[in-house]
Design a protein around this ligand. Structure first.
Ligand SMILES: Cc1ncc(C[n+]2csc(CCOP(=O)(O)OP(=O)(O)O)c2C)c(N)n1
Length: 290
């Protein structure tokens, strides 16, 4: 596959060393290309690409994208890609209702979510995307609780249930897959969502040189499967190893999981294996099994 050479990200930007979200922006916008408007809601890194851009409050991300697309359509500029580049907080939680409304109306927009599994911009508070047992600043490890007690919200299934024409997961550890998904999405009219796992060395507490390794382990252990869902129905699994690696390979290098007991790890392993089976079956049948 040909990877576009043009760099559209602003360097050095405001990203930390090893920032997965900055890499997600770099890859995604290489594929989106220059003919786009990129909107943002509060999140980090705060300036990512050189595209025309506006900011809004979390709650109106979907409305801002809708207005931009409809305005462009009114002046005959239907060639422009309208893209929201939001964090997990802006997608899973605080921005959910306006994105859900835009998805239900099937607006011709992109939502690209860089999922770093917490509110990193404000100091690593837990979000709906934070996985079970992860330590964050609001789910500490102490005598009463040990990390987050709830599971990660199944946002892909929630948006797939809107019947949107294109939804996919991606990882900064698999750039060709990520770019191919954007290239395909550019041919689709309607609501497109790409959820990119974007490891955060500061919040997840691993060495910043290991971001790609973390991302790849996420995929190879089945914790972050790569798949596409067309029209909310047809599911295709894009990475199918003969055998998944044990989840410990992903959990152990991250200090946010350092306190996990063997029972905690077994639970994560069992749930990951169960979800993987469901995905394999969905892939075989070619339709989503919730
Ligand atoms: C309604 C509202 N609540 C809280 C905030 C404070 N706030 C600003 S950025 C942010 C975190 C964003 O997290 P996320 O969307 O996951 O992006 P990240 O910073 O992790 O990239 C929060 C909570 C806000 N701006 N508006």
């Amino acid at each position: 596959m040909q990877i576009p050479l043009e760099e559209l990200t602003i360097t050095p930007g405001s990203a930390c060393q090893g920032c997965g979200a900055a890499l997600a922006a770099r890859l995604a916008f290489k594929a989106i290309g220059p003919n786009a408007i990129r909107h943002r809601v509060p999140c980090c890194p705060d300036s990512t690409t050189a595209h025309p851009s506006a900011s809004s409050v979390f709650e109106s991300g979907g409305a801002m994208l809708t207005g931009t697309w409809r305005g462009l359509k009114a002046i005959g500029r239907t060639d422009v890609q309208v893209v929201g580049f939001f964090g997990d907080g802006g997608t899973y939680d605080i921005g959910l209702q306006s994105l859900s409304a835009a998805a239900e109306r099937n607006e011709n927009i992109w939502v690209i979510t860089k999922d770093n599994e917490a509110y990193m911009n404000t100091g690593n508070q837990r979000s709906g995307a934070t996985p079970i047992f992860a330590r964050t600043s609001t789910t500490p490890v102490g005598s009463v609780t040990k990390g987050k007690q709830m599971r990660k919200k199944q946002i892909a299934k929630i948006f797939a249930a809107h019947g949107i024409p294109y939804l996919a997961t991606a990882s900064v550890g698999y750039p060709e897959d990520l770019i191919a998904k954007i290239n395909y999405g550019k041919t689709v009219k309607g609501f497109k969502m790409l959820i990119i796992q974007s490891p955060c060395p500061v919040g997840w507490r691993y060495d910043g040189s290991k971001t790609i390794e973390m991302a790849r382990l996420g995929v190879q252990t089945g914790i972050w499967p790569l798949y596409e869902i067309i029209d909310g129905e047809k599911l295709k699994l894009n990475y199918k190893p003969r055998e998944l690696k044990p989840v410990t390979e992903y959990l152990k290098p991250q200090a946010r999981f350092r306190h996990l007991t063997d029972d905690n790890i077994s639970l994560i392993q069992e749930e990951t294996a169960k979800e993987w089976e469901t995905l394999l079956k969905s892939d075989e049948l070619g339709r989503v099994l919730l």
